[in-house]
Design a binder for this molecule. Structure first.
Ligand SMILES: Nc1ncnc2c1ncn2[C@@H]1O[C@H](COP(=O)(O)OP(=O)(O)OP(=O)(O)O)[C@@H](O)[C@H]1O
Length: 385
């Protein structure tokens, strides 16, 4: 314990009164909370409620790590941030909120991404780690670092209306790799930016992560270690699945082969997918060139392969054929005219371009960077979403 557990100011006694009268917490438990340190990776949708509730509960020291800046599109769920903080580093905005909630909580803000190079050093300074991130490479990194440092990892993830939570690497329990030995192939699982997420869902999952951290600090209840909680907010169903430690797990198994953080982008195939994405395809068309074609009234067909609800948000006026319908509906397109295909970011339209070329369409091009790039480079009145 880093503070005298018996010394409480009148304000602290008043602030924590409802904990103090709870037999499972009391002065002793509150002292454990004050002496505890928790590292929160990502102060986005999940990290927001986690940080706010842990501060309110009186956790003595919080570390927050995030390289991102607050955007308007974050505010629908990232409740630790507010409109006046758009453009600010998330960790700065979160520190301000945490301090307003509880000035007795000390915050260390790291305005950078957790990486293989810094994770061991950063995490070693905390009792518990909470993963509030949104990508597979970081999830495997957080998992491995927690196993290597023997720290519990309160895990959560969300997508659309569904969430998951568990506690990994705790007292001989399984780790994230025992549950998911391999990451999904890059591009096969859409992220929240593409697929959307119900704003309240990270509140639900993040408070479960915070609850698990508080239980671990207090040493009470039955933790989610060895169980995966599956949440369906649309039907409000909570299910759980048993998870066992895999003796062959490369990080927590009987003969581990991972003894230090690895290259997680490479493990998750992110580098090669990114390189493919960055590499200009001969079929790409830049936004400026598309603008020229439009202004010169060149004859071509513009095709939008997004979903109807995305088309309703903003569109360039092309023919809407969602990617999943292209195989059935491609005959609506003339075979003898140039086609320009686009989507939100240029990935779905790259697939559509390949598909149409395989179907025999000779002159098909893909708008590089999608409607997002068009909005940044050509027409800022088109909303980014
Ligand atoms: N390696 C990492 N280190 C620290 N923070 C990370 C890391 N990877 C992701 N994050 C952070 O985790 C948070 C996840 O938040 P969230 O899932 O709500 O999405 P977002 O990236 O803020 O928003 P959107 O996906 O809509 O653009 C983000 O703030 C992101 O910057």
């Amino acid at each position: 314990m880093n503070q005298d557990s018996t010394a409480w100011s009148p304000e602290e006694r008043h602030r924590y009164a409802r904990h103090l009268s709870l037999p499972e917490v009391g002065l002793e438990g509150q002292a454990k909370l004050r002496a505890a340190s928790v590292l929160i990776i990502g102060v986005g949708g999940l990290g927001s409620p986690v940080a706010m509730y842990l501060a309110a509960a009186g956790v003595g020291r919080l570390g927050i790590v995030d390289p991102d800046r607050v955007e308007y599109s974050n505010l629908q769920r990232q409740v630790i941030h507010s409109s006046d903080r758009v453009g600010c580093p998330k960790v700065e905005s979160a520190t301000e909120s945490i301090t307003r909630i509880n000035p007795f909580t000390a915050v260390t803000a790291i305005d950078a991404a957790l990486t293989s190079d810094n994770a061991m050093e950063i995490a070693s300074d905390y009792d518990i780690v909470i993963d509030g991130t949104d990508n597979f490479a970081t999830r495997y990194l957080v998992n491995d670092v927690c196993v290597l440092l023997n720290k519990p990892n309160c895990y959560g993830s969300i997508f659309r209306f569904e969430g998951q939570a568990s506690v990994f690497g705790h007292s001989g329990g399984p780790c994230y790799r025992c549950l998911y030995p391999q990451p999904p192939a890059p591009g096969t699982v859409p992220n929240c930016a593409e697929g959307g997420v119900l704003g309240v869902l990270p509140g639900l999952v993040g408070t479960i992560q915070a609850t698990e951290a508080i239980k671990l600090i207090l040493g009470i209840g039955d933790s989610l270690s060895g169980r995966l909680l599956l949440i369906d907010a649309a039907d409000m169903q909570f299910r759980q699945m048993k998870i066992r430690r895999n003796p062959d797990c490369p990080v927590c198994g009987d003969s581990p082969t991972i003894t230090a953080p690895i290259d997680y982008d490479q493990f998750c195939g992110v580098s090669s997918a990114q390189a493919d994405n960055d590499q200009q395809s001969p079929w790409d068309i830049e936004p400026a060139e598309l603008q020229r074609l439009l202004s010169e009234q060149t004859e071509f067909i513009l095709i939008d392969v997004r979903e109807p609800h995305e088309y309703a948000i903003c569109n360039l006026g092309g023919t809407l054929i969602p990617l999943a319908e292209l195989a059935d509906r491609h005959r609506e397109l003339p075979a003898d005219k140039p086609l320009v295909v686009h989507c939100k970011l240029g990935l779905r339209s790259a697939k559509a371009t390949r598909q149409l070329r395989e179907l025999g369409y000779k002159d098909v091009r893909n708008l590089r960077g999608g409607i997002d790039a068009w909005s940044v480079q050509i027409d800022q009145t088109i909303p980014r979403y």
